[in-house]
Ligand binder design. Structure first.
Ligand SMILES: [Zn+2]
Length: 240
């Protein structure tokens, strides 16, 4: 069995043990995405999963929610525990509007800079805050920056979370992003089965970057629908 077949066989959960705490922690994401399509969010061929990271944001998230409501579309919001604590009403509106909540951690910290104990605290505190504020128990976990250490996989697995990254993004966090550049960048890579990464908050992005995201969304959703794709949350994406 070669390395790629091996990784496919063991899956994401066992990948933690496969990599081990002792290794220098980088899970070589390009390779992981290629070898473990479920980690890259590859789902049903007729469906595209729409995901937003870094919220809730007091202005950005409601702006995004308003547009999704107009289009009758739901998505998955990977929230930060500290943002949920600061903006609980916005977190509750995400759920009330029918969207899915995923865990992005407590702070927006790179997992490679965190000890296993700090990662454990981040995951558990994040889940506890989400449960206390929204009553939800997330199923999916996405580490900040999409950078996962072996320890972060292990902590996610212990908490019963499924790690999911993405295979298409809009680079909407950049200061030079425009609504058209976000649409073009997403559509360059997105296809049936894709998981799209966008941001409803600028807490780890260029100031007010969510405005670009919000301005791009109507065109993006129209384009995806014109391709015959259903846009929805990860829970409907057919991931194992
Ligand atoms: Zn993030």
């Amino acid at each position: 069995m070669d390395a790629s077949a091996g990784l496919k066989a063991v899956g994401v959960a066992a990948l933690s043990a496969y990599v081990g705490y002792a290794l220098p922690s980088v899970t070589a994401l390009a390779a992981v995405r290629r070898f473990t399509p479920h980690l890259a969010g590859r789902g049903r061929a007729d469906h595209v999963a729409l995901t937003f990271d870094d919220g809730p944001h007091p202005v950005g998230t409601p702006a995004i929610l308003d547009i999704l409501h107009q289009f009758r579309v739901t998505g998955t919001f990977f929230v930060l525990g500290e943002q949920v604590a600061q903006h609980p009403d916005v977190a509750r509106r995400i759920v009330a509007d029918g969207h899915e909540i995923g865990l992005h951690g407590w702070h927006h910290h790179n997992s490679l800079t965190m000890t296993p104990m700090a990662l454990r605290r981040s995951v558990r505190a994040g889940l506890a805050e989400i449960a206390a504020v929204t009553g939800m128990e997330p199923r999916f976990y996405r580490p900040p920056y999409g950078i996962a250490s072996a320890a972060s996989f292990i902590e996610a697995h212990r908490a019963g979370l499924v790690p999911v990254l993405w295979d298409a993004w809009g680079k909407d966090w950049r200061a030079d992003a425009t609504p058209q550049s976000v649409v073009d960048t997403v559509c360059r890579n997105a296809c049936g089965g894709s998981t799209i990464l966008l941001h409803d908050s600028d807490c780890a992005s260029a100031l007010d970057s969510w405005r670009t995201t919000a301005a791009a969304l109507p065109t993006l959703l129209t384009e995806l629908r014109s391709q015959g794709l259903t846009v929805g949350p990860l829970r409907d994406h057919g991931l194992r």
